[in-house]
Design a protein around this ligand. Structure first.
Ligand SMILES: [Zn+2]
Length: 151
């Protein structure tokens, strides 16, 4: 855990900084412009997001976000849920895991054209950089995350 790093984009000069996860809470500064980053909240469990909180929680997140689009009636979503809980624990500080109930939050679901459930959307700096449809086993999610977090 102590050697892990995360890429954070500076809002002031747009430079991407590689920051040790262990230092995220110390208000690190940008290597180029020396402006300190806003507080970065670290959570080890999935965050529920809604149409109202989506922009703040996902689009503005300094950490990369894995968004799980799910519904209560979707059995594969339920099967994948404990896997995502576990991912949130393992990747705390490097990744935010967020969950969107598509029935209760149709605006966001339709904005991203979520057609099948579950759908995983990978956000970095407010943009979708990868998607995965259908329930995935843990090692497949790990493969996506490896690509996502190291690009
Ligand atoms: Zn900067």
């Amino acid at each position: 855990m102590t050697n892990e790093t995360v890429l954070i984009r500076c809002r002031n000069c747009n430079t991407r900084n590689r920051i040790p996860v262990a230092r995220l809470q110390d208000r690190p500064r940008c290597g180029r412009c020396k402006q300190s980053f806003p507080p970065i909240s670290i959570t080890n469990r999935p965050v529920m997001v809604t149409d109202k909180t989506f922009a703040a929680e996902v689009l503005e997140s300094p950490l990369p976000v894995l968004l799980d689009c799910w519904a209560a009636w979707c059995a594969p979503c339920g099967a994948m849920s404990p896997v995502l809980d576990d991912v949130a624990r393992s990747y705390a500080g490097r990744l935010k895991v967020a969950k969107l109930n598509v029935d209760q939050n149709p605006a966001t679901a339709s904005r991203y054209s979520v057609m099948s459930l579950p759908t995983l959307l990978f956000f970095r700096d407010g943009q979708v950089v990868d998607t995965a449809a259908g329930a995935l086993p843990r090692q497949e999610i790990e493969r996506y995350l490896y690509r996502f977090l190291n690009r």
